[in-house]
Ligand binder design. Structure first.
Ligand SMILES: C[S@@+](CC[C@H](N)C(=O)[O-])C[C@H]1O[C@@H](n2cnc3c(N)ncnc32)[C@H](O)[C@@H]1O
Ligand code: SF4
Length: 451
């Protein structure tokens, strides 16, 4: 543990989560709706696309929440928002080159389960009318189990949901009180049963470590109960405490948060426990049963990383719909207005709500590829990179090594062919990625800590 403690002290510093490169702070106003529409039009006709649909509403506030959501007890704003979402779906699908085929569709939030049953079916219908879906398209929907009853479960099945992604976080009452999220094991189990009974083949469960008052034994208990639900995937997220960005996180008692050493120990223990329960470790925060797509993709070296985390989705284009949604096209990233009022205003005017984005430079593409491989495989095949990008890839790697200096030996092994994280270095993969990030400046905490 002595060496691990030294690594934690040195490397548990704030770094981005690298769900994209360039990361969101680089997005700027030079990419607007006209550029986005042009990028959609010029997509290759035979390309696969992924859809991401954002529902930015919840009925209660979890104090830890870092997502883009708004709390409402009234349904009218949700229905109103849905109407604007339909208009954006119409505008974007009209601009999109006609041969594109949807292979993956993810509804996230907030809580898509805030939609009424007829709205769930209506949204699925609208998407299927306006986009061409592959026959075996995957439809994943994020579920707040506290919102779900039989009628809603029926609606989700009618909508064609193939994967349910269920928020749990922690089952311990003390922790639940400290995060304002009350959800029993029985309630969660009933939701899993309801969905499985309706033919939903795949279940993902979100768990968090680093929550206030979360002891190691509470976390172990949560992991054991989660394993009892036999999910196909588990996402184990470290609580990102960023109260300067998410003001409501001030409701969380900082004195009750684990220090970096304990946090690290909790993450490792929970991960080991999931592995012992038959899950494969996928990247740095996901776990999947051996027969799950994520495990297969990881074994074949085709794991990818996007805004939802790790994915087996190979589509090169991601179309984000709804407030704050981010799209990825071959030319760059595009993000919609985040505030619901601004989103609705823009959609009303033009059908689009593009607020900002970033165009990829040749240099960005090399760094993005290296960072994605590190995040997914914990190593980079240097020859593969030079085969793909030429000498420039060597220059990027050389520069990163200079930035890292002697830190390389602490976390990685480097040969002429390969940069690979050591077992001890793996938890700090985001730090290694930051060496390749041309825009990253280590400095005052703007991101959450690395472990
Ligand atoms: C949109 S929510 C999932 C669906 C639904 N809203 C729910 O909570 O049940 C996405 C997930 O992000 C994770 N999450 C939210 N805030 C976080 C934070 N500050 N740090 C780390 N993970 C967070 C939680 O595990 C949560 O389940
Ligand atoms: S964690 Fe999920 S349910 Fe809780 S506030 Fe955030 S988005 Fe809503």
């Amino acid at each position: 543990m002595g060496m691990t403690n030294r690594l934690i002290e040195k490397f548990a510093t704030p770094v981005p989560r690298y769900t994209s490169y360039p990361t969101a702070p680089q997005f700027n106003g030079t990419v607007g709706p006209a550029v986005y529409a042009d990028w959609l039009r010029t997509l290759k006709d035979d390309g696969d696309v992924s859809l991401y649909v954002h529902i930015p509403y919840c009925d209660t506030l979890c104090w830890f929440c870092g997502c883009n959501t708004k709390i409402t007890q009234r349904h009218a704003p949700v229905s109103r928002y849905l109407n604007y979402l339909f208009r954006e779906i119409d505008a974007v699908s009209t601009a999109l080159s006609p041969g594109s085929k949807v292979t993956h569709c993810h509804w996230g939030g907030g809580s898509p389960t805030m939609l009424a049953p007829d709205e769930i079916v209506g949204l699925a219908d609208r998407l299927k009318q306006r986009f061409t879906f592959a026959a075996d398209a995957e439809i994943a929907i994020e579920i707040d189990p506290r919102d779900l009853d039989e009628t809603k479960a029926d609606a989700l099945a009618t909508a064609g949901m193939t994967r349910a992604s269920i928020g749990v976080q922690d089952f311990e009452a003390t922790v639940q009180a400290a995060i304002n999220r009350h959800q029993t094991f029985e309630q969660t189990r009933d939701v899993v049963d309801l969905l499985r009974a309706r033919g939903v083949a795949s279940v993902n469960i979100d768990v968090m470590y680093g929550l206030p008052h979360q002891t190691l034994s509470a976390l172990r208990n949560t992991i054991d109960k989660v394993a009892e639900l036999a999910p196909d995937r588990v996402a184990l997220f470290g609580y990102a405490h960023v109260p300067w960005m998410k003001k409501h996180q001030r409701l969380i008692d900082e004195a009750a948060l684990a220090r970096p050493q304990a946090r690290f120990k909790h993450a490792r223990d929970a991960g080991d426990r999931l592995e012992a329960a038959g899950f494969n470790r996928i990247g740095f925060d996901h776990f999947a049963k051996p027969r799950d797509d994520l495990s297969i993709a990881a074994a074949q070296g085709r794991l990818k990383r996007n805004f939802q985390g790790y994915t087996a989705d190979g589509a090169k284009t991601l179309i984000g719909l709804g407030a704050s949604a981010i799209s990825k096209l071959p030319q760059g990233y595009v993000q919609n207005e985040t505030a619901i009022a601004s989103y609705e205003r823009d959609v009303a005017a033009t059908g689009f709500a593009t607020a900002k984005g970033v165009r990829f430079t040749a240099d960005d593409s090399i760094r993005a590829d290296i960072i994605e491989r590190l995040m997914c495989d914990f190593e980079v095949d240097i020859n593969a990179m030079t085969a793909k990008f030429g000498d420039r890839a060597n220059a990027v790697i050389g520069e990163a090594c200079e930035t890292a200096g002697s830190d390389i030996e602490s976390l990685c092994t480097l040969t002429d062919d390969r940069l690979a994280l050591t077992a001890a270095g793996r938890p700090f993969v985001r730090t290694v990625c930051s060496w390749f990030d041309a825009y990253f400046q280590a400095g005052p905490a703007r991101h959450s800590t690395a472990v």
